[in-house]
Design a binder for this molecule. Structure first.
Ligand code: FAD
Length: 358
């Protein structure tokens, strides 16, 4: 069986590894010249770690990443809430922090161990389908026939456009900002820190590795907006980005399947984008192995909708400019601090996004 994966981001690489592990070595292309140096996603969730365990990738990620021990929420600069991010008796379930480019590097080397090779500087231009084959044209003018194609080519997916599938949703009007910094003496080195500022503004700090942090905010300058003192020794990158909330109308058409950002996108709140793509790919590879491809689209659409809905509910709640919502947020946090069973529910939601079988 000949399978082509378009895109060697975390989604395409997971599909490549999971197919190769089952003896179905695919072709995988990316229009980039080499591996990515961009570290967009930070948090790797327990479901992703479980998926990547048999290939040996999880052991590599855990050896290099940082385990998030706690979530801390500040009202301005005052600590309002702190909760350990661990479930009793489930010690191997935690959120791991690692820059996305490192996760991709470990996936790439696992794929190579199975005998695979990413074809960089190769770009999908067109595709058409007969009942039994997908005819793929690359930008250098060459053509190849495949049994199946997996479009894992990100938010502006060429595959999705060529299939003519709608990507309904909306773009948030505001711009968010990001800063990756080296810093010393940050007190929350193993915690996920959220600062609620005035009105709708928030700043989030997540550790990337020892003394290296990601700061994200819905203000114009994440670093300047952080209300807590941080001793920055180096700014690795700073910038702004827009956010779209969208989900493709169907995850497959004929013999072509979509996964990852090609099929869905949402805000980084909840840290689920990359993890959802990893789950898409794991399910797709499993279905290729069992020959049960028919249910892929409906199941991934349903699960994606739950994750996007959950991420949006939290984003709207924590960024609400409403005075009463702010009061309600801190009152709820106070209550959660008093009630351990509610803490378990919240930790489960953070770890699994509302999907125990994500
Ligand atoms: C600031 C920020 C923070 C984030 N934080 C988190 C987080 O903490 N946790 C989380 O889970 N997610 C997070 N995300 C989301 C996460 O980065 C994405 O969901 C993830 O990168 C999607 O992976 P992907 O492989 O589907 O797509 P991509 O990573 O976009 O990869 C697609 C690949 O396809 C290639 N490509 C595109 N078109 C073609 C073509 N025509 N031919 C060949 N190749 C092509 C591209 O070069 C690219 O390498 C964050 C995103 C942002 C912007």
């Amino acid at each position: 069986m000949r399978i082509l994966i378009v895109g060697a981001g975390p989604t395409g690489l997971t599909a490549a590894v999971e197919l190769a592990r089952r003896g179905m070595l695919p072709d995988i292309i990316d229009r980039r010249d080499s591996g990515s140096g961009l570290s967009r996603a930070v948090g790797i969730m327990p479901t992703s770690l479980k998926i990547l365990k048999p290939s040996g990738v999880t052991a590599q990620l855990v050896a290099e990443g940082i385990k998030f021990h706690a979530v801390k929420i500040y009202n301005g600069a005052s600590l309002a809430f702190s909760m350990r991010l661990a479930l009793k008796g489930r010690k191997d379930e935690f959120v791991l922090g690692l820059p996305q480019d490192r996760t991709e590097a470990h996936l790439q080397s696992a794929f190579e161990k199975y005998g695979g090779k990413i074809q960089f500087a190769t770009e999908l231009e067109n595709l058409s389908q007969t009942g039994e084959q997908v005819i793929v044209t690359f930008t250098d003018g060459t053509t190849e026939n495949y049994d199946y194609v997996i479009g894992a080519d990100g938010i502006s997916s060429t595959t999705r456009s060529l299939l003519g599938l709608g990507f309904p949703g909306h773009d948030l009007p505001e711009t968010w900002s990001i800063a990756d910094v080296d810093a010393e003496n940050w007190p929350n080195g193993n915690s996920f820190t959220i600062c609620k500022l005035k009105a709708r503004e928030i700043v989030v700090v997540a550790p990337l590795e020892a003394n290296r942090y990601r700061i994200i905010s819905n203000t114009e300058d994440a670093l300047k907006s952080l209300p807590l003192p941080i001793n920055v020794t180096k700014i690795r990158r700073q910038g702004q980005f827009g956010i779209s909330i969208r989900q493709v109308e169907a995850y497959s058409k004929g013999r072509v399947y979509l996964a990852g950002d090609a099929a869905h996108c949402h805000s980084p709140v909840g840290g689920r984008g990359m993890n959802l793509g990893i789950s898409d790919s794991a399910e797709l590879a499993h279905r290729f192995a069992t020959g049960d491809l028919a249910g892929y689209s409906a199941n991934r659409h349903r699960e994606g909708k739950i994750i996007i809905g959950g991420s949006e509910t939290i984003r709207k709640f924590v960024t609400s400019p409403n005075f009463f919502m702010r009061k309600l947020l801190f009152a709820l946090l106070w209550l959660v601090g008093k009630l351990p069973f509610l803490q378990v529910k919240i930790i489960e939601r953070i770890l699994y996004g509302g999907l125990l079988e994500e």
